[in-house]
Design a protein around this ligand. Structure first.
Ligand code: ZN
Ligand code: ZN
Length: 319
């Protein structure tokens, strides 16, 4: 059984009756202290995907449909300080989107006040290169990550140069010990199993005074760590969850057993009761370009009927 906060559950159900949409965050009269925005929802390669000549990406190129790699941004009010969660290869557009959504301007060479990284796969940290001397030449931007990820950045070019020139300031976060990358924002790292070639991989819980958001964009299949899903979503109001592949049929050349990510169909089965009790709480992101939940309206309608949601670029949560 999943542990679900029943009080919060019935409150959110009540809220639903009036709001009509679980995904919508109710605006409060006073300006919230912390707001979170989704800046990207796709797998590392985004949509369209380099090298894909299938209809998913051919049509995206024709229509101009663009989805950035999974990424979040947080703004703290009233200071306007910004946190970027993941530095993807589309960091330029995503920081611009964050500044626009947060109505924060004139940032110059300090585009954000802090960066939080999950792991060293290309869609999650390559954007750090744009903090270097060829582009923004930032000054000592606090960059929060695991000790192993920090060691990888310190030891390997071109990232090492960012550290040596003090463009980034590495801050190592230890598992399950909360830290505050922005005033009022408490973040906790939870290690998750993943293809750990260069670094280990973290999921993050981001807690403000009102709500807690989970960010787990990349993880191995749930049966490799049976109790982890329960731990990850306990006490969480909104969960952004790895949805790289829908049911495996989108990668017919791969043996299902070799797919390391949880399939969306498996995640939906495990979280069926939670989604029914709290529609809109489980929000899928990190979708591969080929995932039918990006393209097939009937698939999207069915998962929404079950209480799940596909995260949308630009959506907002109050923390
Ligand atoms: Zn494609
Ligand atoms: Zn990864």
């Amino acid at each position: 059984m999943m542990r679900v906060n029943l009080a919060a559950c019935s409150l959110s159900l009540l809220g639903l009756l009036f709001a009509g949409c679980a995904a919508t965050v109710l605006a409060t009269a006073a300006e919230p202290d912390l707001e979170l925005f989704v800046l990207g929802t796709a797998q590392d390669g985004g949509l369209p995907h380099l090298g894909c000549e299938r209809p998913c990406c051919v049509s995206a190129r024709e229509t101009g449909r663009t989805l950035f790699p999974a990424c979040l941004g947080v703004v703290a009010r009233p200071s306007g300080q910004l946190l970027l969660v993941e530095a993807t290869p589309r960091v330029t557009e995503q920081v611009a989107l964050l500044q626009k959504l947060a109505a924060v301007t004139n940032r110059g060479r300090r585009p954000v006040d802090a960066v939080l990284l999950t792991h060293a796969h290309i869609g999650h940290y390559l954007g750090l290169a744009f903090f270097g001397r060829e582009v923004a030449a930032t000054q000592a931007v606090p960059t929060f990550c695991s000790p192993r990820m920090a060691e990888f950045l310190r030891s390997n070019g071109p990232w090492r140069q960012l550290v040596e020139l003090h463009q980034l300031e590495l801050r190592e976060c230890l598992p399950r010990i909360a830290f505050a990358p922005l005033p009022g924002l408490l973040v906790t790292a939870i290690p998750v199993p993943h293809r750990d070639e260069y670094s280990d991989t973290m999921a993050y819980r981001l807690r403000g005074k009102e709500r807690t958001v989970l960010f787990v964009p990349d993880i191995d299949a749930w049966d490799r760590a049976p109790d982890l899903l329960t731990e990850l979503i306990a006490g969480v109001d909104v969960a952004y969850v790895d949805a790289t592949f829908y049911d495996g049929s989108e990668v017919p050349e791969r043996n299902l057993a070799e797919i390391r990510h949880p399939l969306m169909t498996d995640t939906m089965q495990r979280l069926a009761l939670v989604a029914r009790a709290r529609p809109g709480m489980i929000r899928f992101l990190h979708l591969n370009h080929s995932n039918k939940a990006l393209h097939d309206k009937a698939v999207i309608a069915e998962l929404e009927r079950q209480g799940f949601a596909i995260a949308q670029q630009g959506e907002r949560q109050v923390l």
